[in-house]
Write a protein that binds this ligand. Structure first.
Ligand SMILES: [Zn+2]
Length: 403
C-alpha cells in the first residue's frame, strides 16, 4: 500500500481556497482604504487581473461586505460603477475586563461605533468563575441588541489585563487574582457556543490596535500604547504590526523595577513601575475597586486646588512614569508612545514631567524622535481595540460565511 505523502513542492489543491481568501482580503482592504473606487482602480493598484477582480468583488457584494454606489468617475472612457464598504448587516464586539469596570463596544465593518457601555465590576474581588458569568451576561446583552438591529456578529474579543497565551488562556492576571483561566473556552461555554469566534487578548495589545486603527496617528508604523489602570502594560506595534513575542507576552513593562525599596506590587516584588506610577500609586493603599473613582475624584480636586502634598505625589508619579517610558523609547525607538487609561485623567500633572524624564534618559538625541502623547480614546481603548481585532481578522481573510 502506498502511504499518502504530502508534497511540499508545487501547488496543492487546498492552496486555491487560500489564494482566494487572501485575494478577497486584498480587495476588501483596498476598498476600506480607497473608498469609493472602481473595479479598474482595484485591478490597477493590486495587480490582480480584471476578471479576477470582478469575481472577487461579486463575492464580497454577495457577502454584503461591499456595495455599489450610483457614483461614476468623470474621466475619459466608460463611466465606472464605484464601490464602497457595506457591512451594514454586521457588528464586531469588544469587551474590556478591568479591576473596577467592564466596558463593551460594538462597531460596524467601517469601525463606526454602534454601542458603548461601561459598567462597574468587582474584577478585583470576584472569582474567575464569577467574572466569566459577568462577562457572558454583558456579551449576551450586546449580542441581543445587535440581533434586534438585524446585525450578524462577526466575532467577540475580550481584553484582559494580564498574560494571555496564543490559545486565549489567561496565564496570569495579578490584579484580577487569576492564574491559568481558560477564559476563551469558559466564555464560549457560558455563551453556549454563540456561532461566532470568541478571542481573548491582552488589554495593552488591544489598546495599541485601537490607536493604530482609530487614533490620530496617520502614517505612524511604530507605536507603543501604555495602559494606565491598576496595572501598566505596553502594546507594541512595530512596522505596522502588533508584536506578541514567542508566547504572546510582550510588553510587561509594569513589572520593571523602578526602585527596589519601593512599595509592594501585586506580583509580589517591590517597586515595580505599576506600583510606582499606576493608579494605585496615586490613591491610599488598600482602596477597594468600588472606591477607586470617588478616591480619584478627591485626588483631582485637591490637585486642582493646589494641594502641595498631592502635587508632589503626582510629580513623583510623572517622574517614575518617565523612567518607564524612557526604557521603552531606548529599547524600541517608537515614533510615538501613547498614554492610555487613567494616565489620560492624570495627564495635566504627569504628562510633561514624564516627557522631560524620557528626553533626559534617552540615549538618542531628541528622544530618537519619539513623542509622548495622551490617548484621545480614553478608557474605551481596550474595548475598541478588541472590536478592532475582529475587524482585523476579517481584513486578513476570515470573512463571514455566505448566508
Ligand atoms: Zn510587579
Amino acid at each position: 500500500m502506498i502511504t499518502p505523502q504530502t508534497s511540499h513542492h508545487g501547488p496543492q489543491p487546498a492552496d486555491f481556497t487560500d489564494v482566494r481568501a487572501t485575494n478577497l482580503a486584498v480587495v476588501l482592504r483596498f476598498v476600506r482604504e480607497n473608498s469609493p473606487c472602481s473595479r479598474a482602480d482595484i485591478a490597477a493598484s493590486t495587480g490582480l487581473n480584471k476578471a479576477t477582480v470582478s469575481s472577487l468583488v461579486a463575492d464580497l457584494i454577495d457577502r454584503r461586505l461591499l456595495r455599489e454606489t450610483g457614483l461614476t468617475e468623470n474621466r475619459v472612457g466608460r463611466p465606472a460603477t464605484m464601490l464602497v464598504l457595506d457591512g451594514s448587516p454586521y457588528a464586531a464586539i469588544g469587551i474590556e475586563v478591568n479591576v473596577d469596570y467592564l466596558t463593551a463596544v460594538a462597531v460596524d465593518l467601517k469601525g463606526e461605533e454602534l454601542l458603548s457601555w461601561r459598567r462597574s465590576f468587582s474584577g478585583g474581588t470576584a472569582s474567575a468563575g464569577q467574572a466569566v458569568v459577568g462577562i457572558a451576561a454583558i456579551a449576551r446583552r450586546v449580542v441581543s441588541r445587535m440581533a434586534k438591529e438585524a446585525r450578524q456578529v462577526l466575532g467577540l474579543t475580550v481584553a484582559v489585563p494580564g498574560l494571555v497565551d496564543v490559545n486565549g488562556s489567561v496565564r496570569l492576571a495579578p490584579n484580577l487574582g487569576w492564574r491559568d483561566v481558560d477564559l476563551c473556552g469558559d466564555l464560549t461555554k457560558a455563551m453556549r457556543d454563540p456561532g461566532f469566534p470568541v478571542m481573548v487578548d491582552n488589554d495593552a495589545n488591544l489598546g495599541a490596535l485601537a490607536e493604530l486603527r482609530f487614533g490620530p496617528h496617520g502614517g505612524v508604523n511604530d507605536l507603543v500604547y501604555l495602559t494606565g489602570e491598576v496595572g501598566v502594560g505596553a502594546g507594541v506595534i512595530m512596522d505596522g504590526r502588533l508584536r506578541r513575542g514567542g508566547q504572546g507576552y510582550t510588553g510587561e513593562i509594569g513589572h520593571i523595577e523602578i526602585d527596589p525599596s519601593g512599595p509592594l506590587c501585586q506580583c509580589g516584588r517591590h517597586g515595580c513601575l505599576e506600583a510606582m506610577a499606576g493608579i494605585g500609586a496615586v490613591l491610599a493603599p488598600g482602596v477597594s475597586p468600588s472606591e477607586l473613582e470617588p478616591e480619584l475624584d478627591e485626588v483631582l480636586r485637591r490637585a486642582r486646588a493646589g494641594d502641595a502634598e498631592i502635587l508632589a505625589l503626582l510629580d513623583s508619579v510623572g517622574h517614575n512614569l518617565g523612567k518607564g517610558v524612557a526604557i521603552v523609547a531606548n529599547t524600541l525607538n517608537p515614533e510615538v508612545i501613547v498614554l492610555g487609561g487613567y494616565f489620560v485623567t492624570l495627564a495635566p500633572w504627569v504628562h510633561k514631567r514624564a516627557e522631560e524624564e524620557m528626553f533626559r534618559r534617552s540615549i538618542a538625541p531628541g528622544g530618537g524622535g519619539c513623542r509622548l502623547v495622551v490617548s484621545t480614546l480614553g478608557h474605551g481603548a481596550g474595548a475598541l481595540g478588541a472590536a478592532a481585532r475582529v475587524l482585523d481578522s476579517v481584513d486578513s481573510g476570515r470573512l463571514p460565511a455566505l448566508t
